[in-house]
Design a protein around this ligand. Structure first.
Ligand code: SAH
Ligand code: SF4
Ligand code: F3S
Length: 481
């Protein structure tokens, strides 16, 4: 079987080849189960964004299809896989620490398989250094090799090779097995990669160019999810607003995709992330206003309130362009909530630049802001610019920004007291006094007395109290739907 060659770099993945390796791994795992009376277990560590979380759902899907069981605890695992992120230094340091800590365990349990994959491993120098520094790691591969995971795992697990795959070819994989979290909500990737090259960001280097999935494949996946019982879908892409641009004449735009999916019978809620302000079109705003299943929330990262910093970040909008967009969104989609990402301490950021960010946060009134200290990423333009901001200044600015946003969050949440909200119940939390929890269409988390039987239901909940990051309430009826 020529295509089962394990020599050199694995060729591009295809479904048939993948299935053959999954079958081989299954046979290997079945033989182990027959002789030991138990199945091998796999444990996944996931770092980073929703994109990575969803990649881990795909990795787990492939592992289950290869005859592994999921381990709930790393200590009982026969295979440990780290799906890494490199967007900030901190994410990378944690990976080095956690992988390094397994050196001793590998000595005690030589059959243990260790793998490291994801964005951090798509950076050539970093993956090569990790491969060298941790000789006990069996398998290293980047984001582009993910569809070929069964073949790589076969080489490491069954043939006992040390495997490294940092391939650069980009694909739009279809038909991979996915094991999603139980519940009402599912992630669906609509596009891979990013073309924006914001001057601080590593993502375009590790996720490659924008590649959109065909609308018919997305529609099929969403319909399948509804059949399985999911009622909420979150569409994923680094910049969903440019969905379809790479498929000229052979697909549709993002607003058209929203309208298409809005018609899926049985789907209650449709969310998406992330939107880049420079590409947020009037067409998208009208689609949000007119599609009843599209939720009243948008994540719209602003990054900074200073025009000069935005220019150097390569963001292609000004603070007043952003304010205009917010105005349009609020006028067209009443009740919409807007969340954002903000970086403090970008190279050259002056006190005045930072104060412009504080003003923007004060004026817009975000429902949530994910705030970060600028972290230089090797290979990105801004990392080599002069005027890097000292850490103590970054810390001080972050603390001021967070204090302001915490105040804005409470103010924003207080407007909900006394209102009745439709909530899709996601789970129960013992730390929250056995309360059930779920989100409103506008992405507000509400806790209220309830039990596990409510999970997946859509309930009307009266808001009684506002906290900084969530609301408290009482269910006022049986399920709405
Ligand atoms: N595609 C999305 C998400 C990118 S990563 C978007 O464009 O919004 C998520 C967030 O991480 C970014 O919005 C940005 O605020 C932050 N980020 C990216 N690179 C960073 C860096 N080098 N240092 C600090 N924060 C960074
Ligand atoms: Fe990074 Fe900018 Fe692309 Fe977002 S849009 S992933 S911040 S380069
Ligand atoms: Fe996401 Fe981190 Fe990669 S933020 S795209 S996992 S670098």
């Amino acid at each position: 079987m020529e295509h089962l060659t394990t020599e050199g770099r694995a060729p591009a993945a295809d479904a048939k080849r993948r299935q053959e390796f999954l079958d081989l791994l299954c046979a290997w795992n079945d033989a182990f189960a027959a002789s030991s009376g138990r199945r091998r277990k796999a444990f996944l560590h996931t770092y980073g964004c929703q994109m990575n979380e969803h990649d881990s759902e795909t990795l787990l899907g492939m592992l289950l299809a290869a005859g592994f069981e999921e381990a709930t605890d790393q200590n009982e695992a026969d295979l440990i896989l780290f799906n890494t992120c490199c967007v900030r230094e901190h994410a990378q340091t944690r990976v080095y620490g956690n992988v390094g800590a397994l050196a001793k365990r590998k000595l005690e349990q030589p059959g243990l398989l260790l793998g490291v994959c994801g964005c951090m491993m798509q950076q050539k120098e970093v993956s090569a250094a990790l491969y060298k520094r941790f000789p006990f790691v069996d398998l290293v591969f980047g984001t582009h090799a993910l569809p070929d995971f069964p073949a790589l795992l076969y080489r490491a697990a069954v043939l006992g090779e040390r495997v490294f795959d940092g391939r650069g070819e980009e694909s739009v994989p279809e038909g991979l097995p996915i094991c999603r979290k139980k519940g009402a909500s599912a992630f669906v990737t609509i596009m891979y990669g990013c073309n924006n090259f914001c001057s601080y960001c590593i993502v375009p280097y590790v996720r490659g160019r924008e590649r959109s999935r065909a609308p018919e494949d997305i529609l099929k996946e969403v319909k399948g999810l509804v059949k399985e019982g999911y009622t909420e879908v979150t569409l994923l892409g680094q910049n969903v607003n440019s969905y379809g641009k790479d498929r000229a004449g052979n697909g549709c735009t993002f607003p058209e995709l929203l309208r298409l999916l809005n018609s899926v019978e049985g789907l209650e809620r449709l969310r998406f992330m992330t939107s880049h302000p420079k590409d947020l079109s009037d067409g998208l705003i009208s689609a949000m206003a007119e599609c009843e299943r599209v939720c009243k929330h948008i994540h719209l990262p602003v990054q900074s309130g200073s025009d000069e910093i935005l220019r150097r970040m390569n963001r292609h909008y000004t603070a007043s362009d952003y304010a205009q967009l917010v105005k349009k969104l609020r006028a067209s989609v009443p009740g919409i909530e807007i969340s954002t990402d903000i970086i403090v301490g970008f190279p050259g950021e002056t006190e005045e630049d930072f104060e412009a960010t504080l003003r923007l946060v004060e004026d817009v009134g975000f429902c949530a802001a994910y705030t970060f200290m600028y972290s230089p990423r090797i290979g990105t333009p801004a990392a080599s610019w002069p005027n890097q901001i000292p850490d103590d200044v970054k810390h001080e600015r972050l603390a001021r920004l967070n204090a302001l946003q915490a105040k804005k969050c409470v103010e924003n949440n207080e407007k909900y007291i006394g209102t009745v909200q439709e909530v899709l119940v996601e789970g129960c939390d013992e730390r929250e006094g056995q309360n059930a929890f779920g989100k409103t269409s506008a992405f507000k988390m509400i806790y209220f007395p309830g039990d596990e039987s409510l999970i997946g239901k859509m309930l009307k909940v009266k808001v009684t109290k506002a906290r900084s990051n969530s609301l408290l309430g009482e269910a006022c009826t049986e399920s709405v739907k």
